[in-house]
Design a protein around this ligand. Sequence first.
Ligand code: PLP
Length: 405
Amino acid sequence: MTKKIYLDNNSTTPCDPRVVETMLPFFNEMFGNAASRSHPFGWQAEEAVDYAREQVANLINVDSKEIIFTSGATEADNLAIKGVFEMYAKKGNHIITLTTEHKAVLDSCKKVEKMGGDVTYLDVKEDGIVDLGQLEAAITEKTILVSIMFANNETGVIQPMKQIGDICKKHGVLFMSDATQAVGKIPVDPKELGIHLMAFTAHKMYGPKGVGALFVNRKNPRVKVTSQMDGGGHERGMRSGTLNVPGIVGFGKAAELAQKEMKQDAERLSKLRDKLESTLVNNLEEVYVNGNVEHRMPHVTNLSFKHVEGEGLMMTFNQNIAVSSGSACTSASLEPSYVLIALGLGDDLAVSSIRFSLGRFTTDEEVDAAIELLTNGVNHMRDLSPIWEMFKEGVDLDSVVWAEH
Ligand SMILES: *Cc1c(COP(=O)(O)O)cnc(C)c1O
C-alpha cells in the first residue's frame, strides 16, 4: 500500500479544490490592494473582500463589521487577549483561562503576566470539561476576561459555551473563545452563546493557510481591542497590514461551503469515527478513549493504547497513516501532552495516545485500512514488549521497582 491516509485534519485540512479555484484569479487578474481607494483595481479587491467578509460572518451569524481578518487563529488569539488586557486596563488586570488551551492562548496569557496581568489557569475535570462552579468562584472584581476554547484540538471535547457565557454575563466579564476547531464543523453562534470575541482560521476548515479572523462584538456590549500591529489602520484600526486578498476570498468560499455541507460532513464523519474507535477498542485490549465522548467533535477521537508508546506505534505504519501523538505543536519533542496530563492521565497513558482527526476527504476505505494497520501495529509493538508480557502475566507493574539507567 503506497497511498497515504490523512487522519490529522485537526492540524490542518487540505484546501478544497472549489476554494482554490475561487482564489486563483486574485493572484494575477485581480491583484489590486483592497486599500487602494482611487482606482478600479483597488475597488475590485475591496469588493471581493467585502463579499468574503459577508460569507465568513454568515457562517457564524454575526454582522460583517464584526469580522477582523488576521493571519490566522494564533494572531487572533494574541489580538484578543493582549488587546483586551491593554484596552480594559482601567477596569482590571485579571484573566481566567484553562490549562488545556492552545499554546496561542496560553503563551499570550504568559505575556500578559509579564506585562503586569494576573492570570488564573483553571484545571479541567477528568473528561476535559471546565468545572463551572470553579470558574464562577475564580471571578473577582479585577476580572476583565474569560478565555475558554470551544473545542479542544487534541481531544475534540466541547465546552459548555452557553453556560460559560451566562456566567460571564452575570458578572459583567468579557468572554473570548478560541473556536478554531469548531467553526465550520459544527454550528457556532457567538451571539447566542454570549461570546464577545472569537478566534478561528481558514486552514482548519478547508481554506488556505495564513488567514484567519477575530470576531469582535459591536453592540451590547461594544467591545474594543488595542491593536497589536501598528500601521495603516486597516480593519477598523484593530489590525494594520495589507489584506491577503486571495486568502480572504478563499476563507470566504470555505465558509460558504462549510455552511452548506457541515451537517452532512458531520453525520458521515461521526459514523466513520465511531467505527474506527469501536473497532479498535473491540479488536485490541486496553484501549482507552480520552475526554468526554458525548460533548465531542464528530470527527475526532483520542485513544491511548496502554503500554504502546505512540511515537513508536506511528513508526510501524511506515508513515502510511498521518496522525498525531500528543499535541501537534509539541510533537517535535517527546513530552507527554499537557492536555492529556490535565485530564489526569499518567505519563504512560499520555505518551501512548494517538489523535485521529477525520475530514471532508476521508473515505470509508481509508478508515478500514487504518484500522488494519493500527491493529497490526499495536499487536506488533506489544509482542515485542517485555512490559506487555509482564502485564499479561498479571505482574502489578506499579509495584515494580525499575532499575535506574
Ligand atoms: C490550529 C489552532 C490554532 C492556530 O491557528 P493558526 O491559524 O495556525 O495560527 C489556534 N488554536 C487552536 C485551537 C488550533 O487548533
